[in-house]
Write a protein that binds this ligand. Structure first.
Ligand SMILES: Nc1ncnc2c1ncn2[C@@H]1O[C@H](COP(=O)(O)OP(=O)(O)O)[C@@H](O)[C@H]1O
Ligand SMILES: [Mg+2]
Length: 236
């Protein structure tokens, strides 16, 4: 049944090619995801998963077909404003070890386009940051420099930063890559709760489906630049 919820992402026969590359990285992609849904995109290395995320955000433009984010065609200038309503945690999130910002500051910087980052962070926002950090089990390391944290702790800091912006659509590229088993489940559950409490949309790219497949509303399998199958779970 078609849901009445708003549309988060729509891709219509989308083809994307990198400059200088002879062959399109993704081809003939058709996908619609609504607000209120968590979509898992999976498939082997080189399948086109990261390319798909960056196309949804309008960072890459289709050579053929149309991509819409929150109803706006990614070729339009307005896409810059629409992107501010979204969060993206790229695959290579790691900061160099000499980075001296504390984890808390890194999270606060996620609010840069919304709040005054030079001003005092209001108490309700501080409380919200603490709540998300505790949910992700990083509440006790917020005052440590980000460069001193383990890869898994850093990954959770960047996920917290993406969530505190209260995005309408959150894109996470391989968010479980540095996490241990317990942390994978905590992160998956946190993303799932965020989507349902905020009528938001999450697009999670992961070659490892185990932590999140039972929480996803839609599972998209990619290989060799195309969607090879889709599995809808419940009313999407
Ligand atoms: N910056 C780039 N320039 C040229 N080709 C690229 C670039 N990034 C990715 N590709 C190619 O596009 C295809 C899809 O890559 P990618 O979207 O990163 O796959 P995945 O995220 O599923 O591992 C691959 O063949 C890859 O080599
Ligand atoms: Mg990738």
């Amino acid at each position: 049944m078609q849901s009445l919820r708003g549309e988060a992402i729509r891709l219509e026969d989308v083809w994307v090619a990198y400059a200088g590359s002879g062959r399109p990285a993704i081809r003939n992609i058709n996908l619609r995801v609504n607000l209120g849904n968590l979509v898992l995109i999976t498939g082997p290395n080189g399948a086109g998963k990261t390319t798909l995320i960056e196309t949804c955000l309008g960072l890459l433009k289709p050579i053929r077909g149309n991509a819409y984010l929150l109803g706006v065609n990614t070729r339009r200038r307005e896409i810059i404003k629409v992107r501010r309503l979204c969060s993206y945690v790229p695959q290579d999130f790691m900061k160099p070890p000499y980075e001296t910002y504390t984890a808390r500051r890194v999270i606060e910087l996620g609010l840069a386009s919304k709040e005054s980052i030079f001003g005092i962070i209001p108490n309700d926002i501080r409380d919200y940051i603490l709540r998300i950090a505790r949910t992700l089990r990083i509440g006790d390391i917020l005052d440590k420099p980000i460069g001193r944290l383990s890869g898994g702790q850093q990954q959770k800091v960047y996920i917290a930063r993406a969530l505190v912006r209260r995005p309408k659509v959150i894109f996470l590229d391989e968010p479980f890559s540095s996490l241990d088993r317990d942390s994978r489940h905590i992160v998956a559950k946190t993303i799932h709760e965020y989507v349902h409490e905020n009528e938001a949309c999450a697009v999670v790219v992961s070659h490892d489906v185990e932590p999140i497949k039972d929480l996803a509303d839609l599972v998209v399998y990619m290989d060799n630049g195309t969607i090879v199958s889709m599995e809808e779970i419940g009313d999407v």
